[in-house]
Design a protein around this ligand. Structure first.
Ligand SMILES: Nc1nc2c(ncn2[C@@H]2O[C@H](COP(=O)(O)OP(=O)(O)O)[C@@H](O)[C@H]2O)c(=O)[nH]1
Ligand SMILES: [Mg+2]
Length: 211
């Protein structure tokens, strides 16, 4: 019997729109998964790897490219409901004009404040520390009662020993009740654990068996 853990690419993954203001947000979905993190931390790459779609979210060598919320509608499998993925604009890009930084918060907050079945992933490069910005974002999410998990990206950049050490250090600095996942968009390591976590609201029996 096929296992949920086999996770082929999503059956359908379509770009819906890029929203620069709240009036453009798409209609309600049964589940909305939001991705947050510093520019260049690997959000678009993770979304592509998660869904098994290479060119879906635009991966950029230039930090700070995305200034809109990019929405994707996903049907992961035939037997589940479709859900929305929101690739939120990155922050912390020093060279971005001030006006763009100022426009980040209202747009992102406006989206997160829509009361939906939302889940958030806060991504950070495994080589960096969980910093003040990340801490603020976790507080914002917790204040809105949106469950958040931190994902340490680019784990392939470290050898196994260093990876375990960094993971322990990051875990120790996370606020109470926030979990850490490790991910590599290059190797796919951590994809299975990520999917089990992200799609658990659609598959309440996340024991690996198809219903
Ligand atoms: N080695 C490695 N590079 C990655 C990984 N994820 C992203 N990158 C690279 O990091 C850069 C930024 O990635 P991107 O997905 O555009 O980040 P975003 O700005 O957060 O959307 C690109 O050059 C990616 O190829 C990863 O898991 N491993
Ligand atoms: Mg991006």
């Amino acid at each position: 019997m096929p296992k949920l853990a086999d996770f082929p690419p999503a059956l359908a993954a379509d770009f819906v729109l890029g929203a620069a203001k709240a009036t453009q947000f798409p209609a309600v979905a049964p589940l909305e998964i939001a991705f947050l993190g510093r520019s260049n931390c690997g959000k678009s790459s993770l979304i592509n790897k998660f869904l098994g779609r290479r060119g879906l979210a635009r991966v950029s060598g230039t930090p700070g490219r995305t200034r809109e919320i990019n929405f994707f509608r996903i049907l992961f499998r035939k037997d589940s409901e479709s859900f929305l993925v929101a690739d939120l604009p990155g922050y912390g890009y020093a060279r971005a004009p001030r006006s763009q930084i100022l426009s980040w918060k209202p747009l992102v907050e406006g989206y997160l404040k829509r009361k939906r079945n939302q889940k958030a992933y806060l991504l950070m490069d495994i080589r960096r520390d969980f910093a003040a910005e990340e801490s603020l974002i976790v507080s914002l999410l917790q204040g809105l009662a949106i469950p958040v998990t931190v994902v340490a990206t680019k784990r392939d950049k470290l050898k196994k020993g260093a990876e375990a050490k960094r993971a322990a250090e990051i875990r120790a600095s996370l606020p109470e009740g926030v979990d850490l996942l490790l991910f590599s968009s290059l190797t796919g390591e951590g994809r299975r654990e990520f999917i089990l976590d992200a799609l658990s609201p659609l598959y309440p029996r996340a024991d690996g068996e198809l219903r």
